[in-house]
Design a protein around this ligand. Structure first.
Ligand code: ATP
Length: 419
């Protein structure tokens, strides 16, 4: 390990100005407690790369929880404590920072969660994933402005390299394989040669990782600006195949992800990416993968619903499909599956139908709601539901346009039932 390296970087000045009072309070709290405090991980990496800093992680040689509590005493705010890990989150208004006790780790077996104990800053840096994430900047005098860089992360930043810290890194924790590709593609870096060799050698170690952890890393890939780059790289390196033999990240995906960014509402994008990613798989393979990744809820529904839509391609390509029929087809499915089908589908008529549904038809409601119907004299019970449905259909298909026309229709429907 090298010695702290002096730089003339004004690290603190490059942090988001809004965080300045928090960092100052953290520095003072640590000084009062006679503890050393450091900025670590992604924030320091991004400062050195002149990229915007999003999250700030601090490490204390000593008890991080005491530092966070002292910050609260001086600044107010809130502290959430994880005593088991010796970490604390300090929040004030919309700002927050994570403060961790420096720790060392050992792995009982590949893929196991590490056994953690208190350690020095250098031990804390040595447990990290890549050299560019294994640097620290002291936040208190007299070392303010230094970068502690025991693994030559700064040199790797200059050479644009992703490098692991030791040959067993991917064996200890194979989630680092996905992390490596995520950083490589996000930063337009390259895997350092030996790191790539170890990655290819250890790709099978992904089988030692629990479904929850793999899923979390896959979801992180999908939050990147252009996730398709990391997926294509993962395919080239055999990474996807070791998660599932038929999981792919090919050129189709590249084209469709880019299209998805243009056509998909922001709140649905992550689910749309995931559904498109698994679109090429057959039902059995997909079910196996969903089980392996312990995928459930909204995300799993979108994936399964997109497959359902694939089977309805012929109906969706009908240019004369009534809006009410379109809604009957699509209402039971998750909107993210509809958004993904717009991207996956090449038939222009089907695309138009799907777009019309997603943007317009699914939001369309009759002017009369349940309460208004009760006032007209519709009795509560199943008949109320049927009339509401009839009204929506009539609205969708343009048979009624105004509240008065809806009221007339309700009277007509009621009369029909009683005659
Ligand atoms: P991002 O910009 O993606 O948020 P980050 O570096 O802040 O990047 P986090 O996932 O928040 O990433 O992790 C914080 C730090 O913790 C990393 O910089 C890295 O040093 C360390 N770290 C995270 N995951 C691992 C891992 N699996 N193995 C070793 N170190 C890790």
């Amino acid at each position: 390990m090298g010695q702290p390296e002096e730089t003339n970087l004004a690290i603190a000045q490059r942090l988001p100005p809004a965080l300045a009072p928090l960092l100052k309070a953290a520095g003072e709290a640590a000084a009062e407690l006679k503890l050393s405090l450091y900025l670590v991980g992604g924030a320091l990496r991004d400062i050195l790369l002149h990229r915007p800093v999003v999250d700030v992680d601090l490490v204390v040689e000593g008890d991080a929880i005491l530092v966070a509590q002292r910050m609260k005493d001086s600044l107010g705010g809130e502290v959430t404590v994880h005593s088991r890990f010796g970490t604390a989150k300090y929040r004030r208004g919309s700002l927050s920072m994570d403060i961790a006790t420096a720790r060392k780790e050992s792995y009982a077996h590949p893929g196991a969660l590490p056994t953690v104990s208190r350690g020095t800053l250098l031990e804390d840096l040595a447990r990290r994933d890549f050299t560019i994430n294994a640097m620290a900047a002291p936040l208190s005098l007299p070392h303010l402005g230094l970068v502690i860089d025991p693994f030559s992360g700064q040199s790797d930043i200059t050479r644009r390299l992703i490098r692991i810290l030791h040959p067993k890194s991917f064996v200890d924790d194979a989630t680092r394989i996905l992390r490596a590709l995520r950083y490589e593609q996000r930063l337009a870096f390259h895997l350092e040669d030996e790191t790539e060799t170890f990655l290819r050698r250890d790709v099978g170690m992904l089988s030692t990782i629990s479904g929850d952890r793999i899923r979390r890393e896959m979801e992180l890939v999908l939050t990147e600006e252009e996730p398709e780059l990391a997926l294509q790289r993962a395919q080239e390196l055999g990474v996807l195949q070791s998660i599932h033999p038929h999981l792919s990240g090919n050129g189709w995906l590249r084209e469709k992800f880019s299209q998805a960014r243009k056509e998909t509402p922001r709140n649905l994008l992550a689910s749309v990416y995931l559904a498109l990613w698994l679109y090429g798989m057959n039902k059995n393979d997909m079910e196996t993968l969903l089980r392996r990744l312990k995928l459930s809820g909204r995300r799993a529904t979108s994936i399964v619903d997109l497959q359902t839509l694939r089977a309805k391609r012929t109906e969706l390509s009908n240019p004369y499909l009534l809006p009410s029929a379109l809604c009957r087809l699509l209402d039971p499915l998750h909107p993210a599956a509809v958004a993904a089908a717009i991207v996956a589908c090449d038939d222009p008529i089907a695309r138009l139908n799907l777009q019309k549904y997603l943007r317009q038809l699914r939001h369309l409601r009759p002017a009369l709601n349940g309460e208004a119907l009760r006032e007209i004299g519709v009795p509560p019970g199943p008949i109320m539901g049927q009339i509401l449905q009839g009204l929506r259909q009539a609205r969708l298909d343009g048979e009624v346009h105004t509240r008065e026309e809806e009221e007339a229709l309700v009277c007509h429907l009621l009369a029909e039932r009683t005659s």
